[in-house]
Write a protein that binds this ligand. Sequence first.
Ligand code: XIL
Length: 516
Amino acid sequence: MSLVNRRRRSRAVGLPALLAGALALALATTLAGGPATAAQQSTLHELAAAQGKYFGSATDNPELPDAAYAATLGSEFGQITPGNSMKWDTTEPARGQFNFAKGDVITDFAQQHGQIVRGHTLVWHSQLPGWVGALPSDQVETAMTDHITAEATHYRGAVAAWDVVNEMFNEDGTYRTSPFYTAMGKDYIATALRAAHAADPDAKLYLNDYNVEGLGAKSDAMYALAKELLADGVPLDGIGMQAHLAVQYGFPYRMQANMERFAALGLDVAVTELDVRMQLPADATKVASQSSYYAQVVDACLAVRRCVGITVWDYTDKYSWVPDTFPGEGAANLYDENLQPKPALASVRAALGAEDGGGDPGEPGEPGTLKALYRSSDSSATDNQIKPGLQLVNTGGTAVALSDVTVRYWFSSESGAATYRTWCDWSPLGCGTVTHRVAAAGTPAAGADHYLEVGFGSGSLAPGASTGEIQLRLNKTDWSNFDESDDYSHSTGTTYSDADRIAVYVGGELVWGVEP
Ligand code: XIL
């Protein structure tokens, strides 16, 4: 049973009822028909919950007094993980002296916001107080089981899943040296799982590591370990894939297939620490890769029934661990340092099935505050690419937040692949802030069975201002040809003019253009 479903059963602290409420809300939003308008946009967790998953974020105690940060943490996410405050150096800094005050702040926050908590982490070589490594070998097992027993007992009912052991493997799949491995060999893992189960029989117990997201030597080692533990009757419920990805290293090899092989053992899988870093400065190419990586992780999890949810390793660049750990790298999260949404957020929302910007269209053609200008930058209407050039102009008297704005350009798909690649080739705003995707029209019309949807991660358009020219491009993944001549939004004009067959929405309301 998935973590989400399990928490719907009644248990301590009232979390399950709250989560069930969140799920019901998400389902109601989905089932009531019609995409939400931006004003009532589903949260990330509602989108995920509608598909039986949770969507969560790491957090940390020093961040919670930041009211704007805490508001989004509390509203957008259905699960939280303490980034540090349940680690051994915090919870048992000296032998037998336990301190759960910081962790309790996290579980209290979760309870107040109807969130589930992943406990992180009981046994790890890092952030381990010195006294553990200094123990005589024959005392390490007792110290470890005492630690697990005290912490898992304390959080019984408040923590839904534990990363019982974290990062046990080297890159080549051999066991990492640690005080635990040195004292007990790899049996420390089974011992830790058994101790955690004894302390909290209801918590889901996970092994968690990085670079185990795709097929490879390290995930092979995790797979062999999981299989052996299950054969030995050791209580193990799931595998955590941290997913600290980096655009310069490529996307994990066959993530979905890797998740599926763990699921086939009868285990849950969870994406536990997702972020996608890049070498700074960011540019449009890196930002596009990042958006794609985030979406691919969501796609993999949605495709695997036993993937219970996704946790981002904090949701904003403001509180990312990346710049401190990987000098020169950063910009890894869904929101920027000012808590503004980045293109990756739109990409995750789209992958979760959001139909952002597709809300109540209002009165078609109603004069609004924005207008669209269009020209075709395509010399051929029958080749394998469609190349609209767009400009938005603020015709009203107040500034418009571009993150509220979406634009649709309708075209016909013709035969060939039903999958698309989209590109921003140039924008004075920076292509990094321009989001773009192709979606199938809910109600296909002549020349309009698909549309290119363009949005903005951030920025604002002052009265009278123009976005300047945004050069867009799309192709089918099989590079088969289009016939644009009958496309709803297409025209052959090569200079910019007002385009009423391109729709502009603000907050989901149609403010310009006529939909097909
Ligand atoms: C990181 C925290 O985010 C930082 O604040 C801390 O300084 C170091 O640890 N893998 C893990 C997490 O399992 O516990 C790590 O968290 C990130 C890598």
